[in-house]
Ligand binder design. Sequence first.
Ligand code: UDP
Ligand code: MG
Length: 326
Amino acid sequence: MPFAACQEKSCMKRVSLVFPVYNEEEVLPLLYERVHHLLDQLPYETEVILVNDGSRDRSLEMMIRYHQEDPRFKVIDFSRNFGHQIAITAGMDAATGDAVILMDADLQDPPELLPQFLQKWEEGFQVVYAVRKKRKEHIFKRVAYFIFYRLLQKISNIRIPLDSGDFCLMDRTVIDAIKNMGERRRFVRGLRSWVGFKQVGLEYERDKRQAGEVKYTFSKLMRLALDGIFSFSYFPLQIASYLGFVVSALSFVAMTIYLYKKLFIHPDEPPGFPTLITVALFLGGIQLLSLGVIGEYIGRIYDEVKRRPTYIVRAAYGCSFEKEKA
Ligand code: UDP
Ligand code: MG
């Protein structure tokens, strides 16, 4: 195996795997089996952190059983559903590894890829992120993702690699840097790019979900996309000023044309109501749009100043964890 030579437990590095889990009772047995099998082969001390994001099915019960069967499996139980990004944040907070790996619980990110991740880490890379070469998902979702990542790349002030999600390995230094960032609306893949360090992408084919239904609803996905854009770009705010310029220029041209017509062509023409209404509606629309954009930022500022905990832990099994994370 292409790993560090030392196989002694005492000098082994420690690797943490983090899985966010929301109503995944169908896929958990498969996950347990595949991850368990892999852990036994890795020449590292390992821990698996399962974050129960307010599941309403039997997921928690099953995860506690896994913890009892194999103490390398640890469970954090949220007081309610806080969302995928917050669940992986809690996993990163609780992880004790020298490297932390984030993966989806539905096995779309194949655990068998981990040796390659760890190999890159051993070569000295501090972030190894997976880049999706192919997605076995619905065409609508694929197109939406394709456009989103390219749009974000264009308008954000950091370079978030194209087609890379949260599936990644991060070194302890990177985890500590991200943990120090207090923002509550978390777009983890953006924060990961923002912190810098030595990063490398690994291509892979994203599998289908192995069992159960998709847990990311359309509205959750939209919220994630908006968080990505508004947390890492001021472009939406600038749109208002661009539109302002364009509309002012257009209205100046229109004014000149009307004045010319009134003075030299049809001096007796009645005043143009349709034109007035069109212009009023157009400007009204732009003003509302601009207000909405400003509102998005103000809402986020409000969220930050309230300083509520990012998540609340009801119980933890196997990992020491402050009950409430400030
Ligand atoms: N998930 C979560 N909280 C949520 C929604 C999803 O922890 O509110 C978890 C889910 O259990 C899975 C991962 O996030 O492990 C990705 O979710 P899903 O597979 O539904 O999304 P997609 O593959 O479409 O990104
Ligand atoms: Mg999935």
